[in-house]
Design a protein around this ligand. Structure first.
Ligand SMILES: Nc1ncnc2c1ncn2[C@@H]1O[C@H](COP(=O)(O)OP(=O)(O)O)[C@@H](O)[C@H]1O
Ligand SMILES: Cc1ncc(C[n+]2csc(CCOP(=O)(O)OP(=O)(O)O)c2C)c(N)n1
Ligand SMILES: [Mg+2]
Length: 324
């Protein structure tokens, strides 16, 4: 069973008996965050975890970065909804031999990022555990029902774009694991991309202001997350390989694996979004970061065409991260 089949089973079970007397969410399971009506507009709620052995290994653990990234991956989901973060709750699973100073160092990394975007670390929980894990839940806000970015809003004829560049975090992980080599300059940049992703909160809100309706953040890899977006919108896509913004350091050290790292590596925490061509033109002209148009939404539900420059279909060996 894949994680997505498991989420489907959980969703069916949760929806079996609707809760009595409480407001149902506008968006429940299935998007980057849940969306609830609140006294001031709509509220977002999301959580993600970093788990030893799954998201990082002890041998290259950097405690400051662990704190930063555990919050960043959640803020990235808030960004993908076009929202602003409010509170974070942090649940730690700690093996018995963890040093107090290391945990404090982790919170310094988390607090640094929280301070930069007005997130309040409001509480959490600690439990002894077999392996180190940091689970973070974050709430946020959007102004109204129409000013939220949903996975399901891609429409035929929309252009598909991505912020920043791709593949650096996956290449950074390979360097940390010793399966890729690079010069110090590139290595530093790639490892920083793995450990210190910058959640795209500013551009997320800019997208909303320009009238964009559809986005997802890239955690599992460009193709995998585009797959989620196409499934949610019941549409297809045509992408051009030559347009993919492969990170320059990945292009320099990745050799013939550079494109694969960019489309399937994952953990980029960039935003992938779609918009009507006229809206996209305005977004690209005004964006506070690099935005690259990589393809177009088609009516062929579930069909993802990935084309070489000469129009031939490109081979796809690896479609991204799967937990199971
Ligand atoms: N254990 C769970 N119980 C209920 N909902 C879940 C669970 N795990 C994931 N989900 C929901 O399924 C959707 C997809 O999850 P995921 O792939 O982890 O998304 P993301 O990349 O945004 O973190 C989200 O809406 C998430 O809240
Ligand atoms: C030791 C190790 N192996 C593999 C990876 C790669 N990896 C782990 S989880 C993941 C996908 C993103 O994490 P997930 O928990 O699925 O985030 P979500 O999609 O829920 O936001 C990737 C690419 C890693 N970071 N560390
Ligand atoms: Mg998740």
């Amino acid at each position: 069973m894949t994680e997505f089949e498991l989420i489907d089973r959980i969703t069916t079970e949760i929806n079996r008996i609707p809760p009595v007397g409480s407001e149902l969410p506008f968006i429940g399971i299935g998007d980057d965050t849940a969306v609830f009506k609140s006294l001031r507009g709509y509220q977002l709620a999301t959580m993600d975890a970093l788990v030893e052995g799954v998201h990082f290994k002890k041998q290259y653990l950097d405690w400051t970065c662990l704190g930063w990234k555990a919050l960043a991956v959640n803020l990235s989901d808030i960004a993908a909804m076009g929202g602003a973060p409010v509170y974070a709750l942090v649940s730690l699973g700690l093996p018995g031999d963890v040093a107090v100073e290391d945990v404090v160092t982790m919170y310094r990394g988390m607090a640094d990022l929280a301070a930069q975007n007005g997130t309040v670390i409001a509480g959490g929980n600690i439990s002894r555990a077999g392996e180190l894990s940091v689970h973070v839940a974050v709430t946020g806000t959007v102004q109204s029902k129409s000013r939220v970015l949903l996975r399901s809003k891609a429409r035929t004829g929309d252009l598909i774009a991505v912020t920043g560049s791709l593949g650096a975090a996956a290449a950074g992980l390979k360097l940390l694991e010793g399966t890729l080599k690079a010069d110090v300059k590139e290595a530093d940049e790639l490892i920083a991309a793995f450990w210190r992703p910058e959640p795209r909160l500013t551009i997320g809100r800019q997208l909303v202001a320009h009238g964009v309706k559809c986005a997802i953040d890239i955690s599992d890899g460009l193709l995998a997350d585009l797959g989620h977006l196409l499934q949610a919108g019941n549409v297809g896509a045509r992408l051009e390989a030559a347009r993919i913004p492969v990170h320059p350091a990945v292009a320099a050290v990745g050799g013939d694996k550079a494109l694969e790292l960019a489309i399937s590596g994952g953990e980029d925490y960039e935003l992938l979004f779609t918009a009507h061509p006229a809206v996209m033109g305005r977004v690209v002209a005004a964006a506070e970061c690099k935005v690259t148009v990589i393809g177009v939404v088609t009516r062929d539900a579930g069909c993802l065409d990935f084309l070489e420059a000469d129009g031939r279909a490109a081979a796809l060996n690896n479609r991204g991260w799967r937990h199971f």
